[in-house]
Design a protein around this ligand. Structure first.
Ligand code: UDP
Length: 331
């Protein structure tokens, strides 16, 4: 297969490209390197640096790269806090970029797209575990733009025959087994990389945001899912569309929740180092518990998380962070 990966230099995008090239697929990447890294681009992939909002650029790539079977779309801004202080940045990049890309795909007769969506499309959950049929009421601009992107695919599908799979992930984490690529955000806001900054000597303590939630130890519960398992789900979703199946939406998580304190304890075991934690107030907008039901992805796509153990997830993250304490060198 020949797959165009949008945002293939980012965290989940780069891991998906590694899995695709390992499987012998032909990969073309578009990334503007605003939040992605050149070093995360797989050497076997063909790389075009540019912005999805630039129609002439996107057209020129699709004119040159004939025979693309499907697109996998990761190219978006994804910081929840920033999306609340600068919502129009999220509308501009996430929605306008997708609109331009879809125009070009329709013009070039490319009719399959797998989309990197998020649990943030649900907002405050109605119940646990969350099903794909549950209410979607995002509580931040990031989730709202991702939900709008899903809807854009639906309506473009009705008009132009595009088919899509939207994958709503829970807490992506971990790193590639090689230790060559991993998670690197600037600024970093995610729990596991922030915890690992403590044993790495980059941070004195990890803050625990809220200890009065109605959970077993008072801290928030999240469903942590290994990035390589997410990558595999994208490949299965492409195959699902290649087999002629209908557009659909799937949750991706392990279906098991861990509290913030449990994640810190596991990180201590993995790193064999003390990790100082400081209890603070709640972070605005954090639901107490987010756990996925991924039964549908298992049943329909045949997906099975292979790295569900939290110890293994943090071990893979530590392999990356301990050898790349500054992240990638290019920024
Ligand atoms: N969290 C925390 N301290 C931090 C960062 C995150 O206690 O320095 C908590 C956060 O409140 C949430 C969980 O860790 O309950 C996971 O947060 P993250 O930002 O990694 O992912 P989210 O669930 O927001 O997508």
């Amino acid at each position: 297969m020949k797959i165009l990966v949008l945002g293939g230099a980012g965290y989940i995008g780069s891991h998906t490209v590694y899995e695709l090239t390992d499987a012998g697929e032909d990969v073309v990447i578009i990334d503007n390197l605003e939040t992605g890294y050149k070093e995360a681009v797989h050497p076997k992939a063909k790389f075009y640096q540019g912005d999805l909002r630039d129609r002439a650029f996107v057209d020129s790539v699709l004119d040159q790269e004939t025979g693309i079977d499907a697109v996998i779309h990761f190219a978006a801004n994804s910081l929840v806090g920033e999306s609340m202080t600068n919502p129009l940045k999220y509308y501009d990049n996430n929605l306008c970029g997708t609109k331009t890309m879809l125009e070009s795909m329709v013009a070039h007769g490319i009719d399959k797209i797998v989309f990197s969506s998020t649990a943030a499309t649900y907002g405050e959950p109605e119940k646990t575990p969350i099903l794909e049929t549950d209410r979607t009421e995002p509580t931040n601009t990031y989730g709202e733009t991702k939900l709008s992107m899903e809807k854009m695919f639906k309506w473009v599908g009705k008009a132009h025959g595009l088919r899509f799979v939207s994958l709503r992930y829970f807490n992506a984490c971990g790193a590639h087994k090689s230790g060559e690529i991993g998670e690197a955000h600037n600024p970093e806001t995610h729990l596991i990389p922030l915890i690992l900054q403590v044993p790495n000597g980059k941070r004195e303590a990890i803050s625990i945001f809220g200890t009065d939630y109605p959970t077993k130890d008072g801290t928030c519960v999240r469903d942590y899912i290994h990035v390589t398992d997410l990558a595999q789900a994208h490949i299965l979703a492409v195959k699902y569309l290649m087999e002629g199946n209908e557009s659909d939406i799937f949750n991706l998580g392990n279906g098991i929740g861990f509290t913030v304190k449990e994640v810190i304890e596991t990180a201590k075991e993995v790193t064999q180092k003390p990790i100082k934690a400081v209890e603070e107030g709640r972070r605005a907008g954090d639901p107490a518990v987010l756990i996925a039901s991924s039964e549908k992805a298992k049943k329909v796509l045949g997906w099975k998380p292979e790295h569900a153990d939290l110890h293994e997830i943090i071990e893979s993250a530590w392999k990356w962070h301990s050898t790349h304490p500054e992240g990638y060198q290019s920024k």
